[in-house]
Design a protein around this ligand. Structure first.
Ligand code: CTP
Ligand SMILES: C[C@](O)(CO)[C@H](O)COP(=O)(O)O
Length: 226
């Protein structure tokens, strides 16, 4: 079975101080609807949407039209605790051999090809991360001073989905406790000692973090679903 986990448990503070970006609306739909609908594929059998507990009722109102394939749970105070909430929810519902596809709700432009590649690769490798070779030179900086410039050809920018055999997630999130120190799922799995393999992402699969990202994605106007 393939299970989608869509993370919408944040507050979107870099986008807006007032309303979480989950509820921004463009092209007639909220960000939450845009991303969720990318997972409405026949090869995804269950979708767990992790929402911000302060907006549970609002999220339920938006998502109820999608029916029983969508399960709504609340997340944690940091991204990886939201992933942990999904793992705990799934513990008694799916098999250790099932695939769990974890995706930022803030990435509405993911496509079917990336989802299918994640599923194809996780069957071989057990843990995969969507990523792209970086195009800018990256520096390690401390106190405004460049300390090192790692060789670019080995650097990748990590995206989502990040897809794992459920057994890998269970073991990794059992071993790693300081989840607030991690910004994605693959780094937790890596820390737990698993190999993680790359699935090539796409530049269009951007994360909507600030308003500029929306404009870069070609969305010129948006409103709020309040
Ligand atoms: N405690 C958290 C924090 C983040 N996320 C989700 O992880 C994705 C990527 O996080 P980000 O883009 O940083 O969203 P926010 O944390 O909401 O943004 P900000 O850091 O600006 O507050 C988002 O879909 C967000 O909803 C989550 O599920 N639970
Ligand atoms: C998971 C992620 O999108 C990979 O690049 C990124 O780490 C999320 O960071 P955020 O600060 O939670 O948006």
């Amino acid at each position: 079975m393939n299970v989608g986990v869509i993370l919408f448990g944040g507050s979107g503070k870099r986008f807006s101080q007032e309303i979480p970006k989950q509820f921004l609306k463009f092209n007639g739909k909220t960000l939450m609807e845009h991303t969720l609908e990318k997972f409405f594929e026949d090869f995804i059998h269950l979708i767990v949407v992790v929402v911000n507990k302060d907006y549970l009722e609002k999220s339920r109102k938006i998502l109820k039209k999608y029916g029983q394939k969508v399960k709504i749970i609340t997340g944690g105070f940091a991204r990886e605790y939201s992933t942990l909430s999904a793992i705990n929810y799934l513990k008694d519902k799916i098999s250790k051999e099932d695939n769990v596809i974890i995706h930022d709700g803030a990435r509405p432009f993911v496509n079917k090809e990336i989802l299918l590649k994640n599923i194809e690769f996780v069957d071989n490798y057990g843990a995969v991360v969507t990523a792209l070779p970086v195009e800018n030179t990256i520096a390690f900086v401390e106190n405004d001073r460049v300390k090192t410039v790692p060789p670019r050809k080995k650097l990748f920018s990590i995206q989502t989905p990040q897809t794992f055999k459920f057994s890998v997630l269970l073991e990794a999130f059992e071993k790693v406790k300081d989840l607030e120190n991690y910004t994605d799922d693959s780094s937790v799995v890596l820390k737990a000692g698993f190999d993680v393999y790359v699935v090539m992402g796409e530049k269009s699969n951007i994360k909507i973090t600030t308003k500029e990202d929306l404009f870069l994605a070609g969305v010129e106007n948006f409103e709020w679903d309040i």
